[in-house]
Design a protein around this ligand. Structure first.
Ligand code: SAH
Ligand code: SF4
Ligand code: F3S
Length: 481
C-alpha cells in the first residue's frame, strides 16, 4: 500500500485547515479502498456497534457518513472489513457489555486479514480503559475518543497504509467542525447536535469528564442543518445535548434555547421538534411559553429528577429541591396540559436511606410520569461520589429499586391510558416487529401506537383512533379506515 516516502508525501501535502484536511484524507482513503476492491474482486464492508445515548448514535452517523464516502459498504454482520465499537461508560454494566462482545472479533479477524478494528466513544476517554485495550485486546487496531471523531478519515488513512496500532485520544475538545458527511438510518427522522459536553458535574456522573466542557453550535449552523434535513424529507428533528436548557450561554452572541426553538419552528417541512435532555435547574419560563404556543414542539419533556430527597439531591450537586422540581412540573402541566413527562431516577446513591427512597417514590406519584428510566447507582472512578463510603447491602438497594419501579409502572399505566378513545396524530415509523400487518408509530407525546395500515404510510403523520391502551402502548385504528 505505497512506500514510506509516498506516505510522507501524502501527509505533507495534507491541508492544515478543517474540514478540508479530512476531505483530503477521505479522497486518499477512497483511492486505497478502490484499489483493494479491485485486488480482492469484492466490496469492502463496515459494521458499527454503538452503545449508550443519543450522542453516541449521532456520532456513529457521522462516522458512517465518512466510511461510506470512503467507499465502504455497510453490513449488519460483525464479520466486516472495518468494525468499530462506539462505547459508553455511564454505568459499569455498559463497559462489561463492550468487553464481553469484543472477544468474538478476534476470531473474525483471524479469518480476514483485511479486517481493521476500532474503538472509540466515551470509554476511550478513560486512560485506564485505553491501557486495557492496549495490553489485553491487542487485535484492536485504532483507538480514538469523543473529541476527534471527525478525524476518522485521517486515522483510517494511517491504519490502511501502515501496520502499527493507532492510539489518538484527546483530553480536550477543540473547535466544532461543521460540514462533514453523515448517514442516517431513518429518512424522515433526524437528531441534530446543538451542543456538546456538559458543565454540570453531577457528583455521580462521568459524562463531563469524557465529553468535555459545554460547547454550543452557532444557531445559524444548526438552522442550516435543519433546513437541509427538511429539504431531504425529514419531518421530525430531535435537538441533542446533555443539557439543552443551557444552550447558547457560552456563544459569542448568546441566544437562549427558547430562541433556537422559535427559529427552528419557522423551518418549512419540519413538522415535529423534540429535544433531549432538559436539566430542571435551567428550565426557563420562556421555554415553557414557547412550548405552550408551539404547533411543532412535541408534547413530551424528559426531565430527569434523579432523586426526590433534598439531602441526596444536594449530594448529587443537582441544584434544585424536591419542592422546586414539583413546582416546575405544576407550571408545565398548567401551560401544556397534554404534556407527557418522563424522567431518570438513580437508586442506591451512597448513603441513601429508607426515608430518601420514600421521597423519591413520592415524587413519582406527584409528578405522574409517563415513563421513567430507573438505574442502580454505579460507582464511576474519578467522580466526587465515588469517594463517598457506603455499606448499604446490595439486596437492600435491589429491594428499593424494585419498589420504585413498581410505583413507576403503576403510575405510567394510568398515565398512558389517558388518551384512550381519542384520536391522535401518529408519525408512522415502521412495520411492527411482532405483527407485520401493523405499523408502529409515535404520538407527539412520544407514546407508541400500533395500528393496521399499509407500509406506504411509513414516514407520514396520520390520524389514529387510540382504541385500546395496553400498558405502555396503544392499539389504534386509522381514522378513516
Ligand atoms: N445529561 C442527562 C443525562 C445523561 S446520563 C441529564 O442530565 O439528564 C443518563 C442518565 O444516566 C442520567 O440521567 C442518570 O440517571 C443516569 N446516570 C448517570 N450516571 C450514573 C451513575 N453513575 N450511576 C447510575 N446512573 C447514572
Ligand atoms: Fe451527567 Fe449531570 Fe451532565 Fe447529565 S447534567 S450529563 S447527569 S453531569
Ligand atoms: Fe454513555 Fe457517553 Fe452517552 S458515557 S450515556 S455514551 S455521553
Amino acid at each position: 500500500m505505497g512506500s514510506q516516502s509516498e506516505w510522507k508525501e501524502v501527509m505533507n501535502r495534507a491541508p492544515e485547515k478543517e474540514p478540508d484536511r479530512q476531505r483530503y484524507f477521505m479522497a486518499r482513503c477512497r483511492e486505497i479502498i478502490e484499489h483493494r476492491k479491485q485486488e480482492l474482486g469484492r466490496e469492502l464492508t463496515f459494521n458499527d456497534q454503538t452503545f449508550g445515548c443519543q450522542m453516541n448514535f449521532k456520532d456513529s452517523e457521522k462516522l458512517n457518513g465518512i466510511l461510506e464516502e470512503i467507499g465502504y459498504v455497510r453490513t449488519d454482520s460483525e464479520k466486516a472489513d472495518f468494525v468499530y465499537y462506539n462505547t459508553c461508560t455511564v454505568r459499569e454494566n455498559a463497559n462489561i457489555r463492550v468487553y464481553g462482545r469484543l472477544g468474538t472479533l478476534k476470531t473474525y479477524k483471524k479469518a480476514n486479514p483485511e479486517m481493521i478494528i476500532a474503538m472509540c466513544g466515551c470509554m476511550m476517554q478513560e486512560p485506564e480503559e485505553v491501557e486495557k485495550v492496549r495490553n489485553t485486546f491487542r487485535f484492536v487496531d485504532v483507538v480514538f475518543g469523543t473529541h476527534n471523531i471527525y478525524k476518522l478519515a485521517e486515522l483510517l488513512y494511517r491504519a490502511l497504509s501502515g501496520k502499527s496500532r493507532i492510539f489518538d485520544v484527546w483530553d480536550k475538545a477543540e473547535e466544532i467542525i461543521e460540514d462533514l458527511p453523515s448517514d442516517r438510518k431513518i429518512s424522515f427522522k433526524a437528531g441534530v447536535n446543538i451542543m456538546f459536553g456538559c458543565n454540570n458535574f453531577c457528583s455521580y456522573c462521568i459524562v463531563p469528564y469524557v465529553r468535555g466542557r459545554e460547547r454550543s453550535r452557532k444557531p445559524e449552523d444548526i438552522l442550516e442543518e435543519v433546513r437541509k434535513l427538511a429539504a431531504e424529507g425529514v419531518k421530525e428533528i430531535m435537538f441533542l445535548g446533555q443539557n439543552v436548557n443551557s444552550y447558547g450561554k457560552t456563544l459569542k452572541d448568546p441566544v437562549t434555547f427558547a430562541d433556537l426553538l422559535r427559529m427552528a419552528e419557522q423551518v418549512e417541512g419540519i413538522e415535529r421538534i423534540r429535544f433531549m435532555t432538559s436539566h430542571p435547574k435551567d428550565l426557563s419560563d420562556e421555554l415553557i411559553e414557547v412550548m405552550a404556543a408551539s404547533k411543532k414542539i412535541c408534547r413530551h419533556l424528559h426531565l430527569p429528577v434523579q432523586s426526590g430527597s433534598d439531602r441526596i439531591l444536594k449530594m448529587m450537586n443537582r441544584h434544585y429541591t424536591k419542592e422546586q422540581y414539583l413546582g416546575l412540573v405544576e407550571k408545565l402541566r398548567k401551560a401544556v396540559p397534554d404534556l407527557s413527562l418522563t424522567t431518570d431516577i438513580i437508586v442506591g446513591f451512597p448513603g441513601e436511606t429508607e426515608e430518601d427512597i420514600e421521597e423519591t417514590i413520592d415524587v413519582v406519584r406527584k409528578a405522574r410520569y409517563d415513563s421513567a428510566f430507573t438505574f442502580i447507582y454505579s460507582r464511576r472512578s474519578g467522580t466526587p461520589a465515588a469517594k463517598i463510603e457506603d455499606n448499604t447491602p446490595d439486596r437492600v438497594i435491589h429491594d428499593r429499586f424494585d419498589r420504585v419501579l413498581a410505583v413507576v409502572n403503576e403510575v405510567a399505566k394510568e398515565q398512558n391510558a389517558a388518551m384512550q378513545g381519542k384520536t391522535g396524530l401518529v408519525l408512522a415509523e415502521g412495520i411492527d416487529e411482532k405483527d407485520p400487518s401493523m405499523l408502529t408509530g409515535r404520538l407527539s407525546n412520544n407514546n407508541v401506537v400500533h395500528f393496521k395500515a399499509d407500509p406506504s404510510l411509513i414516514g407520514q403523520i396520520v390520524p389514529v383512533v387510540l382504541e385500546e391502551a395496553r400498558g405502555f402502548y396503544y392499539i389504534g385504528r386509522l381514522e378513516d379506515a
